[in-house]
Design a protein around this ligand. Sequence first.
Ligand SMILES: Cc1cc2nc3c(=O)[nH]c(=O)nc-3n(C[C@H](O)[C@H](O)[C@H](O)COP(=O)(O)OP(=O)(O)OC[C@H]3O[C@@H](n4cnc5c(N)ncnc54)[C@H](O)[C@@H]3O)c2cc1C
Ligand code: SF4
Length: 813
Amino acid sequence: MRLVVIGNGMAGVRAVEEILARGGGERFDITIFGDEPYGNYNRIMLSEVLAGNEPEDAIFLNGLAWYEENGITLRAGVRVRRVNPFARKVYSDDRGVTRYDKLIIATGSVPYVPDIPGMRVAERGFHQGVFTFRTIDDTRNMLRYAKGHRRAVVIGGGLLGLEAARGLQNHGLDITLVHAGGHLMNQQLDAQAGAVLKRAVERLGIRVELNARTSAVEGTEKVTGIGLADGRSIDCDMVVVAAGIRPNAELARASGLVVERGVVVDDQMRAVDEPDIYAVGECAQHRGKVYGVVAPLWEQARVLADHITGADPAAAYHGSRVATKLKVAGVNVAAMGVAGPEREDDEFVVFAEPSRGTYKSVVVRDGRLIGATLVGDVDKVAFLSQTFDQGLPLPEERVRLLFDLGGPSAETSVAELSDDAQVCNCNGVSKRTLVETVRGGVRSVTGVAAKTRAGKGCGSCRSLVEQIVDWAAGGAAEVDPSANWYVPGVPLAKPELMAEIRARGLKSVSAVFATLAPGGAEDARSKMGLASLLRVMWAEEYVDERDARFINDRVHANIQRDGTFSVVPQMKGGCTTPDQLRRIADVADKYRVPLVKVTGGQRIDLLGVRKEDLPAVWADLGMPSGYAYGKSFRTVKTCVGTDFCRYGLGDSTALGIALESTYQGLEGPGKMKLAVTGCPRNCAEAYVKDVGVVAVEGGRWEIYVGGAAGAHVRKGDLLATVATPEEVVTLTGRFLQYYRENANWLERTYAFVPRVGADHVRAVVVDDAEGIAERLDRDVQAAVAAYRDPWLEGRDPATPGQFRPALPLIEVR
Ligand SMILES: Cc1cc2nc3c(=O)[nH]c(=O)nc-3n(C[C@H](O)[C@H](O)[C@H](O)COP(=O)(O)OP(=O)(O)OC[C@H]3O[C@@H](n4cnc5c(N)ncnc54)[C@H](O)[C@@H]3O)c2cc1C
Ligand code: SF4
């Protein structure tokens, strides 16, 4: 029997997965059409891709192998134009005609774009600089355009508009959110909650215009602004329209199916009067309702699969209760059901503290929760979602719905949760699936998540997933053994792995795989970590294999979002010379470098260099790389210290240069950023570096380790106070070597130091409690001796004059 699916999106493919789970692979010869030229991906996660939080490849749900393994013909990039229900044929854009016995329409939605003058250009589609937000291509186009522009207007203050606004803001754009409604997220929130949300959004630096109707998109060549109905204009370089969605049902309408807002379906998801045609997802209209979130489509897909495979011909869909969560970092909003009382006897409990950005409310009808809104504080979201989905009985004191007053404990609520309860809304995973996976032998949270995808959407259910796995495993959830492996492809923790490598003398990545990986299998995800470890262990003896390197390491430059590279010449201690500056300027001119930028680490970044120009750029620069790309020792930031500063207690610049000269390029599990500052005024921010050195009274130096001022902010722990710069250089090297040997792959010092304990680090590195200090010094010196500037290797050694530093170096023993 031939099953044809139109739409390779979340609903269509989910329906096919459910059909396969019911043995449908035997009964159906399946073809899926999708007009996007990709496999099946999690559309929800596009917000994270836009925000730069997830790479594109992390959002794919089924790779091409899945289609092949299941004997499914995927027609990616092929649009279906028309269906002939009488002849049971679909006609596609490639002039193909495909016959079907059963057909599923899962064409999703299209963005609603109001007909505003200037929005479109005759015969060209959208005006240059106007975007919608629905597909991977939309997301890519926005990211590309955002790169060269400064100001964006997002039209629409709903979930999608807010996520688009924040996503673009993450790329440095100045954002105005223009919303026609009187308050943000007016579909889900009441005016009071909307006002709290507005304040939170404005605190992020996003301007919000309410009651603002866009009347024109301005600009002749490209967008230059938008006009509002009240006569005002807002200047901008790009416009994102997130004004709502419409079911994509034109194809069905043109094919003679009954379409109102969406394709009208019955409780078995069958199109009216068409027993062999089903519709599922956002294009379907059930009992007058169309849905714009994923949770309903999981339920619809199950019913459809039960029916089409005959697994349960009586299965029926009765509609869904919907909950939504905003995926904007720093602004927590969760809403479910109705926003306020609708009947006279509805109970409405509200707590609002606008100055702290908190609003919570619940609506109760006949002892059941029919709505809840949480803005700011969303601690109770898991409990409220379960109560809402399951219609669970409510505590007598309704305030317990909003606050933990010794309310139902996690264990009770997990045990009470019915098997059908949907735990992960983004991926439609029920408690039953989680419990069965645990009973099937997968007893770790990571294992269960990998198998079911639970927790891999917006992430808000992760703690509930953990609780359920633990509960299902009788309180004995296993820690996934692979969680301790140094790399996923070799089943050994770091100390055992190092011992094996040493005992067997394995000096290349391929030798490690051949000897220690199960079946000798090579694993791409493990290569970088292994290459790094081998370099740490073998220094000069390490056998380099190019394919074990990440792109940045292969070309010694930092790959940027648009595929160009950034080149950062080394500038020890932030010092440079007129000659170096001249060369940098000449290179920037010659290779038309679009952006020359001073970095936070006191270097000059040449951004936008084409890959093919990289060797010539480096050759013309004639300077070593500043390691802006690697998991390695990067930079030593310095203040001006004694030479010029009135407060300086120590020569921070010279010490910074000495440190950088000694340890440049040193490989590590994560990047290593250092700073030396000439007095506790801390102009070089040494307290928040992997290693920070501060000159103090009496000619002494304090050494701090494990600091960070990136996504994590942490003040480093004091490792030691020493009397000479030489001791600083030695202890820094010893600490770095200890970190290199003992940290997990990609674990920065700010995680490593608290994990092993600052006292322990001090005991080993300073007091030599384990008797390994001398060996650590020796090994780090071996690594130092093995240093080769990767851009100069293969050519004659650099001339000594090329890197003459601006200040005299401290002699290093
Ligand atoms: C940026 C973004 C963030 C979101 N965040 C959330 C969230 O946090 N929570 C939530 O629940 N929901 C969220 N959603 C909504 C969610 O993605 C949708 O509810 C879900 O994708 C609907 O699934 P679907 O299969 O019906 O439609 P889609 O996933 O859109 O799939 C339809 C597919 O059919 C294809 N198609 C259409 N017409 C044809 C044709 N004629 N021929 C061939 N192929 C065709 C389309 O190209 C598309 O690939 C978000 C949506 C977006 C865009
Ligand atoms: S840290 Fe101290 S020595 Fe260095 S520049 Fe600042 S004030 Fe001067």
